[in-house]
Write a protein that binds this ligand. Sequence first.
Ligand SMILES: C[S@@+](CC[C@H](N)C(=O)[O-])C[C@H]1O[C@@H](n2cnc3c(N)ncnc32)[C@H](O)[C@@H]1O
Length: 235
Amino acid sequence: MQTDRQARPEFDAYAPLYAELLDDPARNRFAQDPLHFHRRKWLLVQRLLSRAGVNVATQRWLDVGCGRGELLELAGSNFAQAIGCDPSAGMLSSQASIKVHKQPSPTELPFADGSVDFVTAVCVYHHVHGEARTGLTNEIRRVLTPRGLCCILEHNPWNPVTRGIVNRCPVDVDAELLNAPAARTLLQASGFEPVSTNYFLYFPESLFPPFSALETMLSKLPLGGQYALLARAPS
Ligand SMILES: C[S@@+](CC[C@H](N)C(=O)[O-])C[C@H]1O[C@@H](n2cnc3c(N)ncnc32)[C@H](O)[C@@H]1O
């Protein structure tokens, strides 16, 4: 049996053709520009941090499972420090402009205790299975400063369009979606205190500008394409 450390990271196989593998008619109808999804995430994260009274300019941000690093590239300059990590060297290799580190295993983060103030994990947990979910969450708590914030962004399995895209996507062949209450329970089991859950991606790229306020109003309805769960590490 292979251990975490011996197994070849799943995404090394997907990395060379990653953009092509994500190609899907429903996804393409929702947003013509693939960067649109990262922009929507950053807009929401920014709002959640501001509401939590956080000045991002003072924050050391770690994006766990950063993949090709698009979110870091988009938003990193707003933070005091922005770094990423991922177990897949293939995914990290397409990134030259930001600081990224290879994880030695799916449940080890190559950073010192309490060395970051804010952690994101974007569309990562549905690729992490069984006990490794708890292992990774405990690692996130370890590298976070006491009372630091963690934001998990995930596909919402209660949205039928999201489910359809995931079911067709070759990259998601082994995906195990987790709903927001399950993500909340996972974080609580590692000592985190939930702050908020917000559902988003109700409106496609073309309709988002006029309907962004309505999307905010719908954020407590568990039907958006994805959700963001913000939680605070223990003291
Ligand atoms: C769907 S991609 C998302 C990449 C990026 N976060 C984004 O939103 O574009 C999932 C990423 O999670 C990474 N991953 C899988 N298991 C992980 C783990 N245990 N810890 C950190 N990252 C992991 C994969 O290597 C892959 O790069």
